[in-house]
Design a protein around this ligand. Structure first.
Ligand code: ADP
Ligand code: TYD
Length: 205
C-alpha cells in the first residue's frame, strides 16, 4: 500500500504551491508520486469541477454542492487515487474530503451530518497525513484573487466566509489529531516546504 497525503486550508493559503513542491521533493528522493487535486483529479471529476468553481456564488444549494463534490470525489477515488495507492505510490492531493466537511458542512449551514453520512457511504477513505495550511484570510484572499484564474466562485463569497473556513479547518485538526498537522502559511515558501517535507519523511520512515 502507498501513502495518501492531502493539503487543506482556505483559498489562496498556498496549498497548490506546497503540494507541487512536496511531490517534486519526494520524486527526487526516488518515490513514485501522483500529484492530484480536488475538485477534479480524473476526467469525469474535472468536468464536474467546471460546474462547481465557475459562475454565480448562489448557483447551487449547499445540498446540491455536497452531492456534486462527493460525485467528483468518488470518480477521483476510483480512477486516480485507489489505483495509485494499490500500486504502492504516494498520492499527494490538493484538497480532499476535509474540504467538504469544512466548506459545505460547517460554513454553509448545519449540513455536516449529511456530509459525514455520504462520506461513509461512498468514500470511506481517509488520508494518512493531512497538512492544514493556516493563515490570515485577508492575506490569503489577496493572494488568491491576484491569480485571476476565473475560478473565483468561492473566493467571491468574501472575507467573513473565509474566516469561518479558517476556524473550521482548525476545529478539524482537533477532530483528526492522528493525521492532521497544522502548518503556518505565513512564512517563506521554502521554509514551509522544508517543514512539510520533514513531516512527510517522518510518515514514510
Ligand atoms: P491555494 O492552492 O491554497 O489556493 P496557491 O498555492 O495557489 O494557494 O497560492 C496562492 C498564491 O500565493 C500564488 O500566487 C502563489 O504563488 C502565492 N504563494 C504561495 N505560497 C506563498 C508564500 N509562502 N508566500 C507568498 N506567496 C505565496
Ligand atoms: P481549489 O481549486 O482548491 O481553490 P483554491 O486554489 O482557491 O484553494 O478549489 C476550488 C474551490 O472549491 C475552493 O474555493 C474550495 C471549494 N471546495 C469546496 O467547497 N468543497 C470541496 O469539497 C472541495 C474539494 C473544494
Amino acid at each position: 500500500m502507498g501513502l495518501f497525503i492531502t493539503f487543506e486550508g482556505i483559498d489562496g493559503s498556498g496549498k497548490s504551491t506546497q503540494a507541487r513542491r512536496l511531490a517534486r521533493s519526494l520524486e527526487s528522493r526516488g518515490h513514485d508520486v501522483v500529484l492530484t487535486r480536488e475538485p477534479g483529479g480524473s476526467t469525469g471529476a474535472e468536468e464536474i469541477r467546471e460546474l462547481l468553481v465557475k459562475g454565480d456564488p448562489g448557483r447551487w444549494s449547499a445540498e446540491t454542492e455536497i452531492l456534486l463534490f462527493t460525485a467528483a470525489r468518488r470518480d477521483h477515488l476510483e480512477k486516480t487515487i485507489k489505483p495509485a495507492l494499490d500500486a504502492g505510490k504516494i498520492v499527494v492531493s490538493d484538497r480532499f474530503a476535509d474540504s467538504t466537511r469544512v466548506y459545505q458542512g460547517a460554513a454553509r449551514g448545519e449540513l455536516r451530518q449529511l456530509v459525514d453520512r455520504l462520506h461513509s457511504a461512498v468514500i470511506a477513505t481517509e488520508p494518512d497525513l493531512t497538512f492544514i495550511i493556516d493563515m490570515d484570510p485577508q492575506i490569503a484572499l489577496r493572494r488568491g484573487l491576484a491569480r485571476q484564474s476565473g475560478e473565483d466562485r468561492f473566493e467571491d463569497l468574501g472575507l467573513e466566509f473565509q474566516q469561518k473556513l479558517r476556524a473550521g479547518f482548525l476545529d478539524l485538526a482537533r477532530d483528526f489529531p492522528d493525521r492532521a498537522v497544522i502548518i503556518d502559511g505565513n512564512g517563506a515558501e521554502d521554509l514551509i516546504a522544508q517543514k512539510v517535507l520533514t513531516c512527510a519523511a517522518g510518515a514514510l520512515a
